[in-house]
Design a protein around this ligand. Sequence first.
Ligand code: FAD
Length: 287
Amino acid sequence: MIPGPFSYHRPSTLADAVRLLASLGDEARPLAGGHSLIPMMKLRLATPQSLVDLHGIDSLRGIRSDGGAILIGAMTTQHDLIGSDVIARSLPILAEAAALIADPQVRYCGTIGGNVANGDPGNDMPALMMTLGASYLLEGPDGSRTVAATDFYQGAYFTALEPGEILTAISIPAPSSGHGYAYEKLKRKVGDYATAAAALVLTMSGGKVATCSIGLTNLAETPLLAEDAAKAVIGTDLDEESLKQAAAAAEAIMSPSADTRGPVEYRKHVGGIMVMRALKRAAARAS
Ligand code: FAD
């Protein structure tokens, strides 16, 4: 339970952080809230030789509207998301999902940047970011680039982040007003990761589903976008048959591992139920 030795650095600008990571080499890692990285270090599952703490960089914090998008700094905490007026007005699903992460102590420290950059299939924000069509703004030794959340996740703990790159912000297109949303998560107890979870954003027109986007958490090595499940409900009034078809289409792309949260078939079944519950709740919220 004691981490290996490491050097600690606390730059105060993004440029210094990028320079430091480049000079310290591949064994250096950015440190955000530390609520995934430090436990991994204590278990010696991660043994970085240097940590570059991002807490001194003010420009990495904050939430603001930016044209038709919402821009969220990487060091914005889960607690900040829950209390933000901008999020409550434009992206309420983000506050709903953040409130289902762990417990208040974790949410005070855990950041949205750390949550999406971590690459743990159990993290709740990545599938939600895919559902919302988010993009990640990255800064590295070779300059800036933007990667769509849908292109970011390559395997458990493998992402499109290059060594030395820092995720600086997340840009999320604001969903249309009147959209319905729901984040449904089954967990064994408060503080646990999802047995299965579904993120859902839709619009309704004339009592029928007009647009729909569905993401799945902890049901494969990476977060999933359930495109066929979404197609199964577009144009329907969410009758029982279309709900079942959406659940079946979502289950078809799931490949969870059997673990202490249950066997594979159970977790897939629960995943389908999360999709159906999220569809019903999102439709009831849409106007
Ligand atoms: P850190 O732990 O500091 O970093 C995580 C990884 O991301 C590291 O590899 C780090 O180098 C990298 N990183 C961090 N920031 C950046 C950046 N800006 N650019 C590039 N790389 C970066 N999470 C959930 O989603 N759902 C849960 O139910 C849940 N339950 C939890 C329960 C407990 C008891 C605990 C301790 C944690 C739980 N978490 C859960 C994890 C928590 O949300 C973490 O805070 C989050 O996964 C990582 O965010 P962080 O800011 O703590 O990042």
